[in-house]
Design a protein around this ligand. Structure first.
Ligand code: PLP
Length: 357
């Protein structure tokens, strides 16, 4: 559906998957399909599901490639690493802790070595996560991909924080994009999922083969919910990005360090402005002490203290509780769709209470 905008494509890009009279997508729960001959398209749900295919049609269209959905973000990340089978992988300094632990596990199992980017060579993988969880640091996808391509290195971008609406890694030269659809793509904190998107037929074949044989398929109901969620992704993000920017600004007079991709004065803000169409719905802020961050999360009234991000409800998390490498006083805020004045009052009230404590 090239030529149409992302909001139109989020609503209509799956229209060709299942001809029929339903306006809203049906939910197919059957694990097996009636056989009629050797050329049947549908045989067994671990191999194929129309509900998952519809979601893949939308995500592939939005991302400018072909999408393969998985049971979770981590399942998509695992399948991508195993499909590319690199001898070496490099990770950015700020990476979602699950990805870092997974790579360390693969290293322990003898599958690969985790190295610095300048040690990578032919067939290796340079993993990017941009913006990064939780510090929102940004990597220059176009520059890194051009350099990697010249050395035969594959680039994978975890674009979960940006979603396909805010940045397009494949168009910038990446080989694979992965998302935890659990986050903003579904957007309602009620379905796990992941997706890998690529334009390379060999990579896509390897991803599908991994999914069928290792069995990390996306559940039908999760796919159906995620399809329902993605319809409003561009609309939700418009509000969430504007509110996030307003909250980051509101924190300016307070003695906290702010982490947000387009924030002027960081090493990456210029890249963020060039590479992303808006700053995203997640930012972090950091107190000097872990105890102040703990007091701040305890003082929230409207904002929910919970892990995860990208949902319609604003969530705050003191990252030290889940990631020992996180700056001790850092709180990550995933901005929802509530009214900005209510969020600003709750955020500033909790920050001021914590600083007084
Ligand atoms: N990638 C990023 C950037 C994440 O933030 C997360 C989860 O928080 C994941 C991947 C993993 O996704 P999931 O929890 O769906 O496995």
């Amino acid at each position: 559906m090239s030529g149409e905008g992302p909001s139109t494509r989020a609503v209509h890009a799956d229209a060709g998957v299942e001809p029929g009279v339903d306006v809203a997508p049906p939910l197919h729960l059957s694990t097996t399909y009636r056989r009629s001959g050797p050329d049947d398209e549908l045989v067994y749900r671990r191999d194929d599901s129309r509900t998952v295919e519809r979601l893949e049609a939308v995500l592939g269209d939005l991302e400018g490639g072909t999408a393969v959905a998985f049971a979770s973000g981590m399942a998509a990340i695992t399948a991508t690493i195993r499909a590319l089978a690199p001898a070496r992988i490099s990770l950015p300094p700020a990476t979602y802790h699950g990805t870092r632990l997974l790579a360390e596990l693969a290293e322990l199992d003898g599958h690969l070595r985790v190295v610095d980017p300048d040690e990578l060579g032919e067939g290796d993988v340079r993993w990017l996560e941009t913006p990064a969880n939780p510090t929102c640091e940004v990597a220059d996808i176009a520059a890194i991909s051009a350099d990697a391509r010249a050395r035969g290195v594959r680039v994978v971008v975890d674009s979960t924080f940006a979603t396909p609406v805010l940045q397009q890694p494949l168009a910038l030269g990446a080989d694979v994009v992965v998302h935890a659809t659990t986050k903003a793509i579904n957007g309602h904190s009620d379905a796990l999922g992941g997706v890998a998107v690529s334009n390379d037929p060999q990579i896509l074949d390897a991803l599908r083969r991994r999914r069928v044989l290792e069995g990390a398929v996306m559940g039908a109901f999760d796919a159906w919910l995620t399809l329902r969620g993605v319809r409003t992704l561009p609309l939700r993000l418009e509000r969430q990005c504007a509110t996030a920017a307003a909250l980051v600004e509101a924190l300016e007079p307070h003695p906290v360090r702010r982490w947000y991709s387009p924030l002027p004065g960081t090493a990456w803000s210029e890249i963020a402005r060039r590479q992303m169409s808006a700053g995203g719905s997640v930012f972090s802020f950091e107190f000097d002490e872990a105890a102040t961050a703990a007091a701040c999360t305890a003082a929230f009234e409207l904002i929910t203290v919970a892990t995860s991000l990208g949902g319609v409800e604003t969530l705050a998390e003191h990252r030290l509780l889940v990631d020992e490498h996180a700056p001790p006083g850092l709180i990550r805020l995933s901005v929802g769709i509530e009214d900005v004045d209510d969020l600003r009052a709750d955020l500033l009230g909790a920050v001021e209470a914590a600083l007084r404590a």
